[in-house]
Design a protein around this ligand. Structure first.
Ligand code: SF4
Length: 362
C-alpha cells in the first residue's frame, strides 16, 4: 500500500478499529526519536488500546551522547579562546555534569559557539575565519554521518587546514543488541527507523528477526506509515509470524545505500563507544581513521573523557533504554522542563521527555 492510498480517512478508521479490538499485551519499541515525535504529535498513542504500548528507544542522537562527551566539549570550549564550536541546534542546550554549564551558557558568556544546519556550513565558517580553529561536533547515527563526510571531503578538497571534526557518531545495531541482551528487556517487536534503513538497508535490521526473534517493520514518518507498521507488527504477532517487513519501500532498499556505506568505511573506523544509559558498547561508534587525523579534533586538542556524575534523580538512562516512561522521572515537568532541562531527553527535538512534555502531558 502506498502512502497516498493510506491517506484516505476511511482506510485509517479500518486500521484503528482493527487495533482497538486487540486485547493481547504487545510492547513495541520505536527505535528512533523522529518516530517518537511523530507518534506524540499525531496522537497515535491515544488511538491504541492500553495493552498495545509504544515505547521510545535509544534513537535520539543528543540523548544518547553521554555527559562525559558533553563535559569534554565544554572543557574544550572553555580552554581554547581561538576556537569556534559549530553544532546542530539541540546540542547547545544539553547540560554537562554541572547543571549550570552548557554550550548555550558558554556562548552567553562570550565563547564563540555557532549553530549550523549542515556540516558544510561549518566548513564555510572555517573558510571565513582562517585565523580561528573550527570544530564541528559530529553527532547522530547513520543518517547524519553522510553530512559529516561531505564536510570532510570539502575540507580535504579545498585544503582547509583549520577545520576539525569531533566525531561522536554512533551505530544503531550495536545499541539495539545491547538492549536486547538485557535480562529484563520487555519488548515484543520493533518499529525500525526508515531514514537509517535508507542507509543500512533492510539487511541492516535482519538480525532482529534472525537472531532475536522479534517481529520488526521498517517504517516511514507520516502518521499513516506508523499506523500501517503497527498494524503489520500486530498482525505478525497474532499469526505467530516473525518477519522483517519493509513498510517504507519507497525509500528503503534491500542493500541500503552502497555509496554511503563505502564512504563511511573509507573515512571512519568502528570503535567502542560510550552511550548515555547504556554504558560502553563494543564497536558502536565511528571515529576518524588515522589517515585523516589532521581533521580529527580529538587528536588536535587531545580530548579525553573523564568520568562524570550526573544528577542521580535524572532518569534519562532508563528512558533511553525504554524501561520507564518520561513521566515516571520525578523531575519531569517540575524541575526539568524544556526551558530548564536537566537531561538531554528534555532538550532534544527528538527526545522522549520533550515529546511527552509538548504533546502528551502539558
Ligand atoms: Fe532526564 Fe528530565 Fe527526562 Fe527526567 S524529565 S529523564 S531529568 S530529561
Amino acid at each position: 500500500m502506498h502512502l497516498s492510498e493510506f491517506k484516505k480517512p476511511q482506510d485509517i478508521y479500518v486500521v484503528i478499529n482493527y487495533l482497538k479490538g486487540i486485547d493481547k499485551k504487545i510492547n513495541i519499541m520505536e527505535v528512533c526519536g523522529t518516530h517518537t515525535m511523530a507518534i506524540a504529535k499525531s496522537g497515535i498513542k491515544s488511538l491504541l488500546p492500553p495493552n498495545i504500548k509504544l515505547i521510545s528507544g535509544p534513537g535520539c542522537p543528543v540523548c544518547v551522547t553521554p555527559s562525559e562527551e558533553i563535559d569534554a566539549v565544554l572543557e574544550l570550549c572553555k580552554n581554547n579562546k581561538n576556537l569556534i564550536i559549530t553544532t546542530y541546534g539541540d546540542m547547545i542546550k544539553v547540560p554537562g555534569s554541572k547543571p549550570n554549564e552548557s554550550l548555550e551558557r558558554l556562548k552567553a558568556q562570550g565563547q564563540d559557539v555557532r549553530i549550523v544546519y549542515s556540516a558544510l556550513d561549518a566548513v564555510d565558517i572555517a573558510k571565513e575565519n582562517k585565523e580561528k580553529d573550527i570544530v564541528f561536533l559530529g553527532i547522530g547515527f547513520e543518517t547524519t554521518t553522510p553530512g559529516t563526510i561531505l564536510a570532510l571531503e570539502e575540507a580535504i578538497n579545498q585544503k582547509i587546514n583549520n577545520f576539525y571534526i569531533y566525531s561522536m557518531h554512533k551505530l544503531v545495531e550495536p545499541a539495539l543488541r545491547a538492549l536486547l541482551e538485557q535480562p529484563d528487556f520487555d519488548i515484543d517487536a520493533f518499529l525500525c527507523p526508515g531514514h537509517v534503513g535508507a542507509v543500512i538497508g533492510e539487511e541492516g535490521f535482519e538480525f532482529l528477526v534472525k537472531e532475536y526473534n522479534k517481529p520488526s517493520v521498517i517504517c516511514g514518518f507520516e502518521a499513516g506509515d506508523i499506523l500501517i507498521a503497527i498494524y503489520k507488527i500486530v498482525n505478525q504477532i497474532l499469526n505467530n509470524r516473525v518477519e522483517l517487513e519493509n513498510e517504507y519501500k519507497r525509500v528503503v532498499k534491500k542493500e541500503g545505500n552502497k555509496i554511503i556505506k563505502n564512504k563511511v568505511e573509507t573515512y571512519f573506523k568502528v570503535s567502542d563507544d560510550l552511550w548515555r544509559g547504556l554504558g560502553l558498547i563494543q564497536n558502536s561508534g565511528l571515529k576518524l581513521k588515522d589517515e585523516f587525523k589532521e581533521y580529527d579534533a580529538s587528536k588536535k586538542f587531545n580530548i579525553t573523557l573523564k568520568q562524570s556524575n550526573i544528577n542521580s534523580a535524572c532518569k534519562c538512562g532508563d528512558v533511553i533504554k525504554g524501561k520507564i516512561e518520561p513521566t515516571i522521572c520525578p523531575l519531569f515537568g517540575k524541575v526539568c522542563t524544556p526551558e530548564n532541562p536537566v537531561g538531554p531527553c528534555m532538550v532534544s527535538s527528538e527526545g522522549a521527555c520533550a515529546a511527552y512534555y509538548k504533546y502528551l502531558v502539558f
